[in-house]
Design a protein around this ligand. Structure first.
Ligand code: F6R
Length: 606
């Protein structure tokens, strides 16, 4: 969703604000803008580079607010770009979220004589602050009074022309992090743009307001009561948010697969005992023994990781599992009780639908768990216990390394829960030993990236693509299709191979290629039958299969080989060529893979 960034300190703020926006760019690229108190505002449609071209020397100061927009209310035009201001043009504000009662507020303020320029929900906030400032004569009080009148979600940063050192930030349902520096402080939607300045941060909670100047930071609730909050240190490194010589973050992040697995399992695999030590679950270990059912919730890629988790947990931990997308779970009447655990999977830890599912499950008395990458994020804080991915920041909008890490964390969770229940030590040991070998096996797939590039380029004029798989690789068919559609904008569909005869086979002809995920496993023969059915309809087939498989040669147009592994862990290998395939396919079409149109990295609105 949108990204906000703000700075107050002693340095020239223009470049700091622009750099901040550049490193937040995966959050939105419909428009960008900055405001520097006492100096003015510049906005532009499109990505940050367009804004940079418009910056002149006349705009300068030592503080400011900045914004990247992912449009919700109103077209992505310059008028609708943030920062927005009040009638006096003294109060300026950036916002991530949606103000639900903006229409009523706009009517009320218009009747009082306020004039609005944009068609955004955000602009009402600036005018409402103006309205309250007129009455209270106090900037902080005016912001708090405004927030007490609005419903909806917000992460905001507000600045005033006559109080240039002060930035007021607030949060309700959209993430806000305060960076604590030396004679300088920051506000941002996530820690990424802050990292290069300081590792000390405070995560605002819902209903909190932060008032920062270069030398001070204070946090209040919406009753203006001061709140004590310790700062936390982020363990992410500034180097991790650079491209490291890769053309795109997406490629860098795919290539990081081996190290991501190593980071996710570090200190957690206990091979001799065939289990995993998961510190974040220690305080609920006993409770987990009495759980009779798990409901996994996630969105998009995280949901597909959950589907793999379902197969892993049911087979090896013997516990019933259901998987659901957050946007459905929150609006129906799910049956949850104290014997159910809800496991939320989320890279960002901020996805609104997943977060609301957690809150719903909590209301119903369920234990809530998280597999989350972003330390300190809302989902990490609101779940009872969980597993951090330790995958490092994921910048590419299409999730790649986080998916690998989610599957790894799910396999650790399966060992942990399985060994509490039915799994024998020898089975646990066999899985644990194989997990340890995965990084090397992924390296051997990544080494074939040129072969995969050529195959992807060969098909890059296709308008449609079908992905099929079975059992553990059934969800990988969905994830492979999602990767391709989001970065290349073509129609790609994931299907259970066994379902082909029930409908999709009708689409197949020589112009509708299929990618079949067919490692040598317990459903291999069934996959071969499905591949034959497609071939008989003149469909072109790319197959992903195990290295020693020589039989498949005559059936496939192109073959990508992966090393042998246990069936339960095979998705960790089969997904890698699919990620590379999507990347090179989109590259050949000349598309911006790191910033696919209409998408943003962190979906903090429903
Ligand atoms: C796809 C993708 C999205 C996310 C989804 C959930 O490549 O990135 O489908 O997986 O928006 O995001 P998180 O994991 O942050 O909850």
């Amino acid at each position: 969703m949108c990204g906000i960034f703000a700075y107050t300190g002693k340095k020239n703020s223009t470049s700091i604000l622009l750099d901040g926006l550049t490193s937040l760019e995966y959050r939105g690229y419909d428009s960008a803008g900055i405001f520097i108190p006492g100096s003015g505002s510049i906005k532009s449609v499109g990505a940050v580079n367009n804004l940079k071209k418009k910056i002149t020397k006349t705009i300068q100061g030592t503080s400011g607010i900045a914004h990247l927009r992912w449009a919700t209310h109103g077209e992505p035009t310059e008028i609708n770009a943030h920062p927005h201001h009040d009638c006096t043009e003294n109060i300026w504000l950036v916002h991530n979220g949606i103000i639900e009662n903006y229409k009523e507020l706009k009517e009320k303020l218009s009747a009082l004589g306020h004039t609005f320029k944009s068609s955004t929900d955000t602009e009402v906030l600036a005018h409402l602050i103006e309205h309250h400032l007129h009455k209270t004569k106090d900037f902080e009080k005016a912001v708090i009074a405004t927030l007490n009148e609005v419903t909806g979600t917000y992460g905001i940063a507000v600045a005033h022309n006559t109080d240039p050192d002060k930035i007021i930030a607030a949060r309700n349902g959209a993430p806000v992090v305060i960076g604590i520096g030396n004679n300088e402080n920051f506000v941002a939607s996530d820690p990424t743009p802050i990292l290069r300045h300081t590792k000390n941060v405070i995560y605002l909670h819902d209903g909190e307001v932060a008032v920062i100047t270069p030398e001070s930071h204070h946090i209040y609730n919406l009753n203006s009561i001061l709140i004590e909050r310790q700062k936390e240190t982020i363990d992410w490194d500034v180097e991790q948010v650079k491209k490291d010589g890769y053309e795109h973050f997406m490629l860098k992040e795919i290539m990081q697969g081996p190290e991501v697995i190593e980071n996710t399992i570090r200190g957690r695999l206990i091979i001799e005992e065939g289990t995993a030590k998961l510190g974040g679950l220690e305080m609920v270990t006993d409770k987990l023994r009495s759980i009779k059912r798990i409901v996994i919730v996630g969105c998009g890629t995280a949901y597909y990781a959950g589907l793999v988790g379902e197969y892993m947990l049911e087979e090896y931990a013997g516990i019933p599992v259901e998987v659901e997308v957050g946007s459905e779970f929150r609006y129906r009447k799910p049956i949850m009780d104290e014997h159910t655990a809800l496991l939320a999977i989320s890279q960002s830890g901020e996805t609104a639908d997943t977060l609301e599912a957690i809150r719903e499950a909590k209301r119903k008395g369920a234990l809530t768990l998280g597999i989350v990458n972003t330390v300190g994020s809302t989902i990490a804080r609101e779940t009872d216990a969980g597993i951090y991915n330790h995958a490092g920041p994921e910048i590419g909008v299409a999730s790649t390394k986080a998916f690998i890490s989610q599957l790894t964390a799910l396999s650790l969770f399966t060992l942990f829960l399985g060994r509490q229940r039915t799994m024998s030590q020898s089975t646990g040991k066999q899985i644990a030993e194989e997990i340890k070998l995965l990084p090397e096996k992924i390296k051997s797939i990544l080494a074939q990236k040129e072969t995969i590039r050529k195959i992807a380029e060969k098909y890059s004029n296709s308008r449609d693509f079908l992905f099929i798989g079975r059992k553990y690789n059934y969800p990988i068919a969905f994830e492979g299709a999602l990767k391709l559609k989001e970065v290349s904008y073509i129609h790609a569909e994931g299907y259970g191979a066994g379902e082909m005869k029930h409908g999709p086979l009708a689409m197949i002809d020589e112009n509708f290629p299929t990618l079949a995920i067919a490692p040598l496993d317990s459903v291999y023969e069934k996959m071969i039958s499905n591949i034959q059915e497609i071939k008989a309809r003149k469909g072109k087939i790319v197959v992903i299969t195990t290295e020693k498989n020589t039989q498949i040669k005559d059936m496939a147009e192109d073959i990508i080989y992966i090393p042998e592994t246990l069936e339960v862990l095979s998705p960790l290998l089969t997904i890698v060529p699919l990620q590379l395939f999507a990347y090179y396919f989109a590259r050949k079409k000349g598309l911006d893979v790191d910033r696919p149109r209409n998408l943003a990295k962190s979906v903090t609105v429903e």
